[in-house]
Design a protein around this ligand. Structure first.
Ligand SMILES: [Zn+2]
Length: 443
């Protein structure tokens, strides 16, 4: 082997080693420092096509999945790049085609409104998103139960009851979404409301907000050229099921000695949330065995949806403004990577961050290897700082907040009445949901 080749090989091994280090440290960080800060929205002005991308991200995310959307507007057409954390299933592909065709038809006939097509579009979205909406409604319901007597919950229930009396079916999840959207618009700037409650109202409302926003765009004659030719590119997921990582103990002991390790473990064992995450992160899914020590710890790692889109932007060296719409705010490691890309001249905009560290976050494979290596170094430096602080000066409180963050959906059209009629047609297809027990309106 030539000296050159040998050097290359050594570099390659070193790089793989550093990646393994990253994946191992993510696991420890998720357990002991799940939330790095509080969630934040980036208050950037969004162009119409960027808002449209946000609506799409919301209606394309099924169950627990995260979807990222990038829209490229060309003079007479539109390219849509989609990615998600896991594999595209046949039913996803079918749904995307269906949505695409409805939008083309609605746009083609504009300004004439195609009620039948809009209604069919609504039905398709209702069915595809119902599991996710239901889980969001559960969270909102819990909020209402916990803070039952607070002023803001009472005010919401009053609003809800009045609206439900006006609408035929208050148990249709999408009718509830519609009411939440209207309520959110009314109260979003009031400061006395719990931000968690407000966030849940917004998430529930985002479904009707997105449908409304999408129909509005498709109906707009100004955008006809865009909808006439839509090309959709679905990015392949990047998943490694058996990434080997260093054990929990191996990583912790890089920061403290044996005596302090005992002390550290003692404290960890008194933190139920840490223990819960610890069990989750280090349990081998196949064997259900805990993998805390030893050399054969395995993790499933996968590329987050927004990173998959970012890889495309970096590979094509696109340095103009690029907005990536995501159905959920970015995690801390995605945020770090985007931060690194920005330092290298990329103008990447996302809708917000939730500051949480997830194990299983996979590093992007970009063509520019130097970029990849430097990004990895940047992320490791930041992660090391967090781990060092947390491990050495173990904080007293380790409470993590709930998962925050959704796109800010605020379609201009305030009249969403026509959607309600569509929802009522499909009552039988969607699970019923009782958000609040009916009470007499105090109107
Ligand atoms: Zn992420």
């Amino acid at each position: 082997m030539s000296l050159e080749k040998e050097k290359e090989l050594k570099e390659c091994i070193k790089e793989k080693e550093r990646e393994k280090e990253l994946y191992s440290k993510e696991c420890v960080a998720e357990c002991i420092n799940f939330a790095v800060g509080t969630a934040s929205a980036e208050n950037t002005y969004l162009a119409t096509h960027e808002r449209f991308a946000c609506y799409l991200a919301t209606i394309l995310a099924r169950d627990k999945e995260v979807v990222a959307v990038r829209l490229k507007v060309l003079p007479n057409s539109c390219d849509i790049y989609l990615s998600k954390n896991f594999h595209w299933l046949d039913k996803d592909v079918k749904y995307i085609n269906e949505i695409q065709n409805y939008l083309k038809d609605i746009s083609k006939s504009a300004p004439t409104i195609l009620k039948g097509t809009e209604s069919a579009f609504t039905k398709a979205v209702m069915l595809y998103c119902s599991a996710k909406l239901e889980s969001r409604l559960e969270k909102l319901k819990k909020d209402i139960e916990i803070s039952n007597n607070s002023e803001y919950v009472n005010s919401f229930i009053d609003f809800f009851s009045t609206k439900v009396n006006d609408i035929n079916d208050g148990e249709n999840m999408y009718t509830i979404s519609q009411i939440c959207m209207e309520y959110y618009k009314k109260i979003k700037d009031k400061s006395n409301i719990s931000s968690k409650f407000l966030g849940h109202i917004k998430k529930v409302g985002s479904y009707v907000g997105s449908m409304l926003g999408i129909i509005e765009c498709a109906r707009n004659i100004q955008y006809k050229p865009l909808f006439s030719i839509i090309r959709v590119f679905k990015r392949n997921p990047d998943i490694i099921n058996n990434q080997s990582i260093y054990s929990w103990k191996n990583i912790i002991k890089r920061f403290i000695d044996e005596n302090n390790y005992k002390c550290f473990m003692d404290r960890c064992s008194k933190k139920p949330k840490v223990m819960e995450r610890w069990r989750k992160v280090y349990t081998n899914i196949g064997t259900q065995q805990q993998q805390l020590d030893g050399n054969d710890v395995k993790q499933c790692i996968y590329l987050h949806a927004e990173m998959n889109i970012l890889a495309l932007i970096i590979d094509d060296k696109i340095k103009s403004r690029e907005f990536i719409a995501v159905s959920k705010r970015c995690c801390y490691l995605c945020e770090l990577y985007i931060d690194f890309a920005r330092r290298h001249g990329y103008n990447i905009i996302v809708s917000g961050n939730h500051k949480k560290i997830y194990s299983g976050w996979k590093l992007l494979n970009v063509k520019d290897n130097t970029f990849k290596i430097e990004a990895l170094r940047y992320i490791l430096e930041n992660l090391d700082r967090i781990l060092e602080n947390k491990i050495k000066y173990y904080a007293k409180s380790l409470q993590a907040d709930s998962d925050n963050g959704e796109n800010n959906l605020d379609p201009k059209n305030s009249d969403s009445g026509y959607l309600g009629k569509y929802f009522n047609q499909y009552n039988e297809y969607v699970n019923k949901f009782t958000l609040v027990e009916k009470r007499v309106s105090r109107k």
